[in-house]
Design a protein around this ligand. Structure first.
Ligand code: FCB
Length: 457
């Protein structure tokens, strides 16, 4: 009996020491925002301000893996979306009115290759015209080749779940690159590989709506294989172009910082979501497999940052069940997850280890009434500014998003736009916090901070 008690107490001590060490090594930063001067911002000259969108969320009239999924699952349909495919010139005027210097958007594979091997030159010309128009406005185009959507025929072949399909992806990318790379220097191969894998293959909330851990890991590896193949080929075609991935860095923190179980879950998820990906990019090995060409296959890293997740024993198995936990003092965003700008710095530190320049490819918040967004922007920009002051090589900031759009499984309920969109009339109206990148009278309303001629909220 006595030695059982001794063994049990030693175990408790070991666990206690282990948890203490984890607490020290992985601090969950929280700032005293009330005592921070959010107007104290400085950005280097040449820093680019931008906004981001994705084809399926704004263009309208698409038939692809996503529209099929919306129909099969009885989800809200993307339908006409923002009718950007016909209104794009007006939307680009909005970019000019905002005064942005960079615009990240995606090209829709299903438009260009609706059937295997049949290429739609007319649709390609529209993207080419878009690029010309941006360039003539003095706006840098940044093109994403895969932002969650692809043709139905490719999905039917298994998409990224089957590595034999990767050559199709490669030839689509090469073709778009050959058409646009004389004017587009910055490219994201794939948007948020981990979100795509986890949502589509673990949680089943994105197409193809499957649920399997091994399958998810296979998709993760194939996405990295796909990226590496595309990177090597495009670099070979035009070495001066800059290629990266838009990586969503979500942080996983234990709900209770004294619970060994919560720590275990948090560390495993953090590894699967972030660590294994970074390891793949730096060593060429991911989740037990060698990924040819992946090592050093980034000229820059795109960082998409939104929040942290507090994790524990009872993990949700579907997003519907997600009860986003938050710390008591944190504010919940409309999506449900907390506003946690401190994590932006942790995410920046994390991607900095890759040793390449950072482009903030997405950051924003769902907020229809625009009550939280101004503070959200102020805090996140302050964090970026501090990170730059402390030596991080951050080149741009793209706000998600230029305008309200189709927010995937959430349909049109989540409003991320600097412009509010009335989907009946397709009218766009600049939200107050759209003044973030606005060059005119924002400061007169007491919103702006003067930043070398540009007004920042
Ligand atoms: C990101 C996606 C983007 C948008 C924002 C809110 O995960 O890349 O398309 O939906 O979230």
């Amino acid at each position: 009996m006595w030695h059982w008690a001794a063994a049990a107490s030693s175990l408790v001590i070991v666990i206690f020491l282990l948890v203490s060490r984890l607490r020290r090594r992985h601090p969950e930063t929280h700032y005293d925002w009330g005592n921070i001067d959010l107007g104290d911002l400085s950005f280097p000259s040449g820093f680019l301000w931008g906004t981001a969108t994705a084809a399926h969320q704004i263009e309208g009239g698409l038939t692809n893996n996503w529209s099929d999924f919306e129909e099969d699952r009885g989800l809200e349909r993307s339908g006409a979306a923002c009718e950007h495919w016909t209104l794009w010139r007006d939307d680009f005027q909005l970019l000019s009115d905002l005064g942005v210097g960079s615009y990240r958007f995606s090209v829709e594979w299903s438009r260009l290759e609706p059937e295997p091997g049949s290429w739609d030159e007319g649709e390609m010309r529209v993207y080419s015209d878009m690029v010309d128009d941006l360039v003539s406005r003095g706006i840098r185009p940044m093109v994403t080749l895969h932002h969650f959507s692809h043709p139905t025929w490719w999905e039917e072949r298994g998409g990224f779940a089957d590595r034999r399909n990767l050559p199709d992806f490669l030839s689509y990318c090469e073709r778009v690159f050959d058409e646009l790379s004389d004017r587009v220097e910055y490219w994201c191969t794939i948007n948020e590989p981990t979100v795509f894998s986890a949502m589509g293959y673990t949680l089943g909330q994105f197409p193809p709506g499957k649920r399997g851990i091994r399958l998810t890991m296979r998709v993760m590896r194939n996405l990295m294989r796909g990226h590496a193949m595309v990177y090597r080929s495009l670099k070979g075609r035009r070495p001066e172009c800059q290629l990266g991935v838009a990586k969503n860095v979500t942080l996983f923190d234990p709900a209770s910082r004294w619970s060994p179980v919560d720590w275990l879950v948090a560390r495993i998820l953090e590894w699967l979501w972030n660590g294994s990906w970074r390891k793949g990019m730096t060593t060429g090995r991911m989740l037990g497999s060698r990924i040819p060409g992946a090592k050093d296959s980034l000229d820059f890293v795109g960082l998409n940052y939104y929040t942290h997740f507090l994790t524990g024993l009872f993990l949700p198995t579907a997003t519907k069940e997600l009860q986003f936990a938050k710390r008591e003092h944190e504010v919940a965003t409309e999506f449900g997850y907390p506003m946690y700008a401190e994590g932006f710095r942790r995410a920046i530190d994390f991607v900095s280890e890759l040793g390449v320049p950072i482009e903030i490819t997405e950051n924003g918040v769902a907020d229809a009434e625009d009550t939280l967004r101004p503070e959200h922007i102020r805090r996140h920009l302050w964090v970026v500014s501090e990170a730059i002051k402390e030596g991080h090589d951050i080149r741009s900031y793209h706000h998600w998003s230029l305008m309200d759009n189709f927010e995937w499984a959430e349909g049109y309920s989540m409003r991320f736009g600097l412009h509010a969109v009335d989907f009946q009339t397709q009218e766009r109206a600049l939200r107050k916090s759209g003044c973030l990148l606005y060059t005119s009278d924002a400061a007169d309303e007491g919103l702006g901070v003067d930043l070398g001629g540009r007004r920042i909220i």
